[in-house]
Design a protein. Sequence first.
Length: 253
Amino acid sequence: MCKGPSFGIRVAFMSLLFFFRRIAVLMGVAALAACAGDKTVGSSPNVTSVVGDALPMPKSSDLVAASRPYLVGPFDKLRIEVFGVEDLQRDVQIDASGQLSFPLIGTVEAAGLTPNQLAALVDSRLRGRFVRDPQVTVNLVETISQTVTVDGQVNEPGIYPVVGRFTLMRAIATASGTSEYAKLDDVIIFRDVDGRTYAGLYNLGAIRRGNYEDPEVFANDIVIVGDSPQRRMFEDVLAASPLLTTPLIILFR
């Protein structure tokens, strides 16, 4: 049976295709070898690699997390103590207007102050008139005003206190991490600023790879992970602007 010229053409084509595939494989191996010596990590200019096989030892200053001042707010519970005066040691709760009531000095405007500032204010009210040399300390017992809401595809959705410097990754870790079906490229932070609502769209996988920095989270923020009704508003936007190298910030007018 004559196979004809078309059979020879097919054989030649298959041989040529096999040759190009081998070339592609070799080029891929070479590219990987070249990347092994590349010091670029992710796409953030602040992220670089260093030579070595172990992490450096932290300094003492590195072991103290950067802190953000805690500000007293409505319904927070505080422990106020005046050293050596047992009757002036008690737990107090800030009322809805941001005030507290304390023996001898009456009503104190506490909202917006740090614990140290509040201690200094109570000290000034007591000093001389009621206590010769008051030594006042104010400690946080429970915060209700300084909280962040973490919802969506996390293991333990809820409202969590914001104490110190808080970031998106820490907020999700506080909620016991993402759930099995969470979409790491599907995270939103809602924030109200000066009467306007902003939404920041983030990719957790990109943050973990160092493509951009882990954003800070502030009191009253709402973090949504994974599929949610709010997320569906951004389908068209995300289709045109993926979050692999930078977050996306949207202002609702």
